[in-house]
Design a protein around this ligand. Structure first.
Ligand code: ASP
Length: 619
């Protein structure tokens, strides 16, 4: 028999009682976390989101209440009225914040029962993730999940408060809208009222936030859901949350200052102190120093050790003396086993004519003086892992590199070496640095990467694509190259390869946290960019007509950025995957296991929408 709540009111949460509360009456409500039956004494750990308090039912005190308590099982929901008592010295639990006290039960109301759950919130061994996702309501009761979701709330609130104090307005933009390109497929929503037409869920509020600047709101932000239909790579979600903002008349560093400010507030909310301003690095420099556009600054950059090599080394090792010889150093990983060393070579994927020398000891045995010079140049210490990447004597040039390099300070062959080495450095860091605990908790190394290339050459389509999105402004100094470039659209060596974007990424420990840019505010420049992307005026009008029209009516210079909230919270909560910080996430196959979505719909619904579904082959 269940009891009614009646007029009973909770006086305390379960995690708050302390020694100073001894003697007080209290009414606690929560879930039965654990039950221990010691004959005449029955102990219940009562749990809510604030923690746990031990409740004791004593048969000598009240046999009827004790008997009722005997029927309690895990995850029953109860209300207990009692008196707070100090525990005997030998029963104090120092691992529990409320461990100095217990509640001596005087009245018990069983408010609800629970079936035996497929797993218990208090279990320390994690059950299979599919079971957790299917019974997410149980999973979310676990203290780690409660902590993650609380962290998410605190971080979002700190950001909201900070931005509001800086004069930003939080403004909502529609979900049922039309395609906003961010490089993924759209999720479509069919219209019933106009059969055969579809809304697109926004990949980002990009065009709306720009229109808000055209509308005079000056500073906008939104903590907003975005939808991208991508072939899901390991840790992606089809719907995810961005901290999206836009401002009028900014310099790039005006945006950076705002982001640094709210990140400081967000990190403080999660208990970490960070110290902006963050360092800044040109995209080209990031490639030369780290071989990647999102460098992890916790590990040292590349060192070019070409000059340490004698002519005979170069010959015997069959490497090209005119190309960089990159030394990758991962500090303090200790001695690698034979197997670990053998694992390195398969991690290396040459982007064209690059070679790897993974066994530095072997080099040292053969060329002692060279190895010594290299180690000195690297300032290498005991237990550092050193791997060399060099151009093969007959290096061919990476095709994609050709375009990039033609107007840049780096040649295609060099680029091939840098990017191959960059990927290897990352793989080594993941495999060895993490395992050998080279990274310290709370070591947050932020970086702004700036001046990205405006365009990327699409080999398959033989045309230029926007590296960011098509509303990103080119560098003012590169407008001439842009004008020349649109005359050479299908040429990978076009001056378009050298046009820099006023785009920037904020990077944290090798992860891209956010991406933004100064936008195009002039109609003539926007048209030229569409042309560069192989879109004629009609096509551009068909896709973005409303936006192009708005640009015609006094658009102020503007710019902004968007940062991934889920990823940020994941880092701050020390979680391993995005699914650990999203209350109701989807699997890698974009399925919500709890509600079982997506699902087929009824014939009637389809008919109303004017949709006929073709069964996929094989069904
Ligand atoms: N809309 C961009 C994105 O979602 C961010 C921005 O440029 O503000 O990546």
């Amino acid at each position: 028999m269940l009891d009614f709540l009646g007029d009973l009111r909770r006086t305390h949460m379960c995690g708050v009682l302390r020694a100073s509360d001894a003697g007080k009456k209290a009414v606690l409500m929560g879930w039965v976390n654990r039950r221990r039956d010691h004959g005449h004494l029955l102990f219940i750990d009562l749990r809510d989101r604030t923690g746990v308090t031990q409740v004791v039912f004593n048969t000598d005190r009240d046999a009827a209440v004790h008997e009722k308590a005997e029927s309690l099982r895990n995850e029953y929901v109860i209300a207990v009225t009692g008196t707070v008592k100090l525990r005997d010295a030998n029963t104090i639990n120092p691992n529990m914040p409320s461990g100095e006290v217990e509640l001596v039960a005087e009245e018990l109301r069983i408010l609800n029962e629970s079936k035996l759950p497929p797993f218990l919130p208090g279990d320390t061994a994690l059950t299979h993730e599919e079971t957790r996702l299917k019974h997410r309501y149980i999973d979310l009761r676990r203290d780690v999940m409660q902590f993650n979701i609380e962290t998410r709330h605190k971080v979002a609130k700190a950001i909201r408060d900070y931005l509001s104090a800086q004069g930003f307005f939080e403004i909502e933009t529609p979900f049922m809208t039309r395609s906003t390109p961010e490089g993924a497929r759209d999720y479509l929503v069919p219209s019933r009222v106009q059969p055969g037409t579809f809304y697109a869920l926004p990949q980002s509020p990009q065009m709306f936030k720009q229109i808000l600047m055209i509308s005079g709101f000056d500073k906008y932000f939104q903590i907003v859901r975005c939808f991208r239909d991508e072939d899901l790579r390991a840790d992606r979600q089809p719907e995810f949350t961005q901290i999206d903002l836009e401002m009028s008349y900014p310099q790039p560093d005006s945006v950076w200052g705002v982001v640094e400010g709210f990140l400081r507030a967000a990190f403080a909310a999660a208990g970490y102190e960070i110290n902006p301003p963050f360092p800044r690095m040109d995209y080209d420099e990031a490639i030369r120093l780290y071989g990647i556009d999102k460098p992890d600054l916790r590990l040292p950059p590349f060192t070019d050790v070409r000059e340490c090599l004698a002519a005979e080394n170069v010959q015997e090792l069959a490497i090209n003396p005119n190309l960089p010889v990159i030394a990758i150093r991962i500090p303090k990983v200790g001695d690698l086993s034979r197997k670990e060393r053998d694992d390195i070579k398969p991690m290396f994927h040459s982007k064209g004519g690059a070679r790897v020398f993974e066994d530095f000891k072997r080099i040292a045995n053969r060329y002692a003086a060279t190895a010594e010079a290299v180690a000195k140049k690297l300032d290498a210490g005991e237990g550092d892992l050193i791997v060399l990447v060099a151009g093969a004597a007959q290096a061919s040039c990476g095709e994609n590199g050709a375009a990039f390099a033609s107007h840049r300070k780096v040649t295609p062959q060099e680029l091939a070496i840098y990017t191959s080495a960059g990927l290897l450095r990352l793989a080594l860091a993941q495999k060895y640095a993490e395992r050998h605990q080279c990274f310290q908790k709370g070591d947050f190394r932020f970086l702004w990467v700036t001046n990205f290339p405006m365009f990327e050459w699409d080999e398959a389509e033989q045309q230029w694509m926007a590296a960011h999105h098509p509303f990103t402004s080119p560098h003012e100094q590169d407008m001439k190259l842009l004008a020349e470039g649109v005359e050479a659209l299908h040429d990978p060596l076009s001056p378009l390869s050298a046009v820099r974007a006023l785009a920037y990424d904020v990077v944290l420990n090798g992860t891209e946290l956010g991406s933004g840019s100064i936008r195009i505010h002039r109609r003539d420049v926007q048209s030229r960019i569409f042309r560069a992307l192989g879109m004629n005026e009609e096509e551009a009008k068909a896709r973005f007509g409303f936006f192009l029209e708005a640009l015609d009516y006094g658009t102020p210079p503007h710019g902004g950025i968007a940062l991934g909230l889920d990823r940020m919270v994941m880092i701050l909560a020390g979680a391993e995957s995005l699914r650990e910080v999203i209350p109701f996430p989807k699997t890698a196959r974009a399925v919500d296991l709890m509600v079982d979505a997506p699902t087929p719909v009824s014939e009637k619904q389809l008919k109303e929408l004017g949709i006929a579904v073709k069964k996929p082959a094989g069904l």
